[in-house]
Write a protein that binds this ligand. Structure first.
Ligand code: MSP
Length: 661
């Protein structure tokens, strides 16, 4: 079997590492851990991009030689990753000798194949981007990235025949729907290819202008363009072409933010194809972390230092927050308030409280030993079933890089376990002397908590190990072989009666809100959509009791249509109505703070478990309706065909609360 291999961007060393760099690298770490739990060998490559104008200028500004400068900042990146609990990676530098030789080998190969040519060229050169822009690419004569006027330069340079590969790239993207994901970035690249603005790529810089780069093997008066050099790190970090690691790992996949979509979606596949190498499998593109609702920048003073956050709140709560808060692909806002909110609600109240109360009860009722369970009741079966479905949903969503939704599915289980404690009331069973029933309830809780702890290993590795330790599972996760998540889904058992567990637990102390620093003043939750002001609610044809459309619908004008508040939301809990066979009861997150309860006649067509994590479209400003004792605060949209109702959702993942028009 081939290894799972993923890369982060190779970060520029002209700035110190911040939250954005940390996020990409944490995602790589979590994906690697997740794939190891699927029985694969897995690791990732990260590193530092050290050549080019930008670095040279930053070094000059600092009064250092480029070498001194890159050594210092590259060291900061390298030292940061272990502090964030990041593991299983190689750190590559574009100034490493092996990498330099590798790049020269590929340049020669592409040159010999006739795909690099020499030509006189005049163009608009942006020093910030270190590249030429064509007239068509400029926006009002300015570089679209830096909003600065590029310099018009005329010089002889080497060009890579990228345009030759554009039709192939387009058909590859069309034939492989998840080559670039999420979908919105795939569409963006296809639109870019269709716009016809892409030309051949200038891949050299004359030494008269820049010396800090890799010398071209076929002309010593030139150095290589920094992107051609940096992208090849993804291969050079594996060793020489066709070495054992190369064969096991390539093609791998990449992880980048939207800022560097084009070089990864266009330049890189073209370079690989020209060098006769297989193209990568997936390009996973995430959005930006915003701070005070804008992109982080030194001059705005809103850069979030991940180390500062880790020192203040510990590694795992910080990691949890990043994975839970950002919907992969969309931008997300960082604020200490939001971080503290998650720590106190999800971690201290839900997860930490569960561990604390169950372990102290086990200490009291069974001297801290896992009891032998007896006959299960219906409520126990429901938990066992929910445990499997939550883990299945978690695994599927995590594999599809939908981390926030995956964690939400796991929290459905965590919250259900807390409710199960309340409904089964172990303290009452103990008082009644009903030790058989008490043993079963405590076993169910402890066994399900072990599953939660295992699932959390990719996101919160330190806490996952602590939780497993507290459950007497010293051999799990820390020591290979890593437990296999699919086996764990298949069987609820896995925790043995008689195992000694901790007498108490305090995993996530609550954080007091005072004393958070400057950055916390950022506004919370960028993703929450603002409701439009819709004062007048016009009558609209409703669905009848069967959920089918009424036969005759009156024509309405646009103003009337605008009064219907339709939104996208994610189902975070689904269950059968206790009193109506055909009705499902949903709790749906519309980004409103608390989830909404909506009822729908879908029980014949879907099981509750398969809908958790799904995004739906719903009408929110419908008058609340009571159906057999439960209130529905809105209506999910469905389509009807051949007597079957199908839920309607957005084609690509959207932030919860996005309005539909
Ligand atoms: N050196 C190039 C990449 C070459 S890859 C062969 C580069 N470096 S960079 O230091 O600017 O890193 C950009 C990457 O850092 C983004 O793609 C993303 O992974 C991460 N982030 C930097 N700022 C970010 C945010 N504000 N939010 C999220 N991630 C961002 O481009």
């Amino acid at each position: 079997m081939s290894d799972f291999y993923v890369t982060t961007p190779i970060y520029y060393v002209n700035a110190r590492p911040h939250l954005g760099h940390a996020y990409s690298t944490l995602v790589a770490d979590a994906l690697v851990r997740f794939h190891r739990m699927q029985g694969e060998n897995a690791f990732f490559v990260t590193g530092s991009d050290e050549h080019g104008d930008k670095i040279m200028r930053s070094a000059e500004k600092n009064g250092q030689t480029p070498r001194e400068f890159v050594d210092a900042i590259s060291g900061e990146f390298r030292r940061l990753w272990p502090e964030l609990g990041i593991d299983n990676y190689r750190f590559a530098r574009t100034t490493d000798d092996d990498h330099v030789r590798f790049v020269q080998k590929i340049l020669q190969r592409v040159y010999d194949a006739g795909d690099i040519y020499f030509a006189e060229f005049s163009g608009h050169y942006c020093y910030g981007c270190e590249r030429f822009y064509t007239e068509k690419e400029l926006e009002n004569g300015l570089c679209p990235q830096h909003l600065a006027k590029p310099e018009f330069i005329s010089e002889k340079n080497y060009f890579f025949r990228m345009s030759k590969y554009l039709p192939w790239i387009k058909s590859h993207i069309e034939e492989h729907p998840d080559f670039i994901r999420p979908e919105r970035y795939r569409s963006e690249v296809l639109a870019m290819l269709d716009a016809g603005v892409l030309e051949d790529l200038c891949i050299s810089r004359p030494k008269s202008r820049l010396t800090w780069g890799i010398e071209l093997p076929f002309d010593t008066d030139y150095v290589c363009y920094v992107w051609f050099d940096a992208l090849l790190t993804y291969l050079s970090a594996l060793g020489p072409l066709n070495c054992e690691d190369f064969k096991r790992c390539w093609p791998g996949e990449h992880l980048v933010a939207k800022d560097i979509l084009k070089p990864h979606a266009v330049f890189w596949p073209a370079i690989l194809k020209a060098a006769g190498l297989p193209v990568y499998t997936h390009l996973n593109v995430h959005g930006y972390w915003l701070s005070r609702n804008t992109k982080m920048s030194k001059s705005l003073g809103n850069v979030v230092d991940p180390l500062e956050m880790v020192k203040k709140y510990a590694i795992d709560p910080f990691r949890y927050f990043l994975f839970r808060e950002m919907h992969f692909g969309s931008d997300a806002s960082f604020s200490e308030e939001a971080l503290v909110g998650r720590i106190n609600a999800d971690l201290a109240n839900d997860l930490g409280n569960l561990f604390s109360r169950v372990l102290s009860m086990t200490a009291k009722y069974f001297s801290s030993h896992v009891p032998q369970p007896c006959k299960r009741h219906e409520a126990d079966d429901a938990i066992v079933e929910l445990c499997a479905s939550s883990m299945r949903n978690f695994t599927q969503l995590f594999g599809k890089i939908q981390f926030a939704q995956a964690l939400e599915c796991l929290w459905v289980l965590v919250r259900a376990l807390n409710k199960y404690v309340d409904s089964q009331a172990p303290w009452a069973l103990y008082k009644q002397g009903n030790m058989e029933r008490l043993a079963t309830v405590m076993y169910i809780l402890l066994a399900a908590m072990r599953k939660v702890a295992l699932c959390l290993w990719p996101v919160m590795p330190v806490t996952s190990c602590r939780m497993l330790d507290q459950l007497g599972q010293t051999a799990d996760v820390k020591t290979p072989p890593v437990p296999q998540i699919n086996d764990e889904i298949a069987s609820f058992e896995g925790l043995y009666a008689g195992t000694e567990v901790a007498a108490q637990s305090n995993l996530f102390p609550r954080v007091e809100t005072e004393g958070a620093s400057e950055v916390k003043k950022a506004k919370p939750k960028e993703q929450k959509a603002v409701k439009p002001d819709r004062k007048q609610v016009a009558p609209r044809a409703e669905k009848n009791d069967e959920g089918t459309p009424a036969d005759v619908l009156p024509e309405i004008d646009f103003e009337a249509f605008k009064t219907v508040d339709m939104r996208v939301g994610t189902i975070i809990e689904a269950s059968k109505h206790p009193d109506a066979d055909r009705i499902l009861v949903f709790r749906i997150d519309f980004g409103e703070g608390a989830p909404r309860q909506i009822l729908s006649g879908l029980a014949e067509y879907y099981t509750p478990a398969e809908l958790v994590g799904r995004q739906v479209c719903a009408v929110l400003n419908l008058k609340p309706r009571k159906i057999r004792g439960l209130v529905s605060n809105g209506m999910v949209l469905t389509a009807l065909q051949d007597d079957k109702l199908t839920l309607i959702g957005p084609c690509t993942e959207m932030p919860n609360g996005s309005s539909i028009a």
